[in-house]
Design a protein around this ligand. Structure first.
Ligand code: ZN
Length: 148
C-alpha cells in the first residue's frame, strides 16, 4: 500500500479530519480522557488509529462494513463500484455531512494525490493552520471558530 493511501478511507472519508484520528495523532490528553470516560467507556490509550489503511491492530474500526464490502469486491474505493453510490453508502454519507460521497466524486475527478493535497489544506485551522477535524466547532489549538 502506498503511504499516501493511508489517510483515504474506502468510503471517501479523509482520516486526517476524523475526530478519533486527530485526538490520537495529536495526543490531545484532555479529549482522549473525556472520550474514553464519557463516550467509549475504555482507557484513553485504547483510543488509537493510524487511519483506515493503517495497521489493523491500530484501526479504530477494524470491522468496518464499507471497507469490508470494498475489499470483497476487489476495489480500493467505493466510486470504483458499479453500484456506486449504493443505499448503504448513501446512509453512511448522510450521517457524516455527506462528505463520503462528495469526496469520492471529487477523488474520481481529480485523482487521489490531488484530492489528498486538497484535504490536507482544507482541514486546517484558518488562524493557526493546525490540523482540525470535522466535528470540532473551534480550533483545539488556538480556539478560533471553525466553519466547515
Ligand atoms: Zn487554530
Amino acid at each position: 500500500m502506498r503511504t499516501e493511501l493511508v489517510l483515504a478511507g474506502a468510503c471517501g472519508l479523509y482520516c486526517g479530519a476524523c475526530g478519533i484520528y486527530r485526538m490520537y495523532r495529536d495526543q490531545d490528553v484532555e479529549r482522549l480522557q473525556y472520550n474514553a470516560e464519557e463516550v467509549f467507556h475504555c482507557r484513553p490509550e485504547q483510543i488509537r488509529c493510524e487511519g483506515c489503511r493503517g495497521p489493523e491492530e491500530y484501526r479504530w474500526s477494524p470491522r468496518c462494513a464499507i471497507a469490508g464490502c470494498v475489499a470483497e469486491r476487489g476495489h480500493t474505493f467505493c466510486f470504483e463500484c458499479a453500484q456506486f453510490a449504493c443505499e448503504d453508502l448513501a446512509a453512511f454519507s448522510a450521517d457524516r455531512l455527506d462528505l463520503p460521497i462528495s469526496n469520492l466524486r471529487r477523488m474520481a475527478e481529480v485523482g487521489l494525490e490531488a484530492w489528498l493535497a486538497e484535504q490536507e489544506v482544507r482541514w486546517r485551522c484558518p488562524a493557526c493552520h493546525h490540523p482540525v477535524d470535522i466535528y470540532s466547532r473551534a480550533c483545539r489549538t488556538c480556539g478560533a471558530e471553525l466553519t466547515h
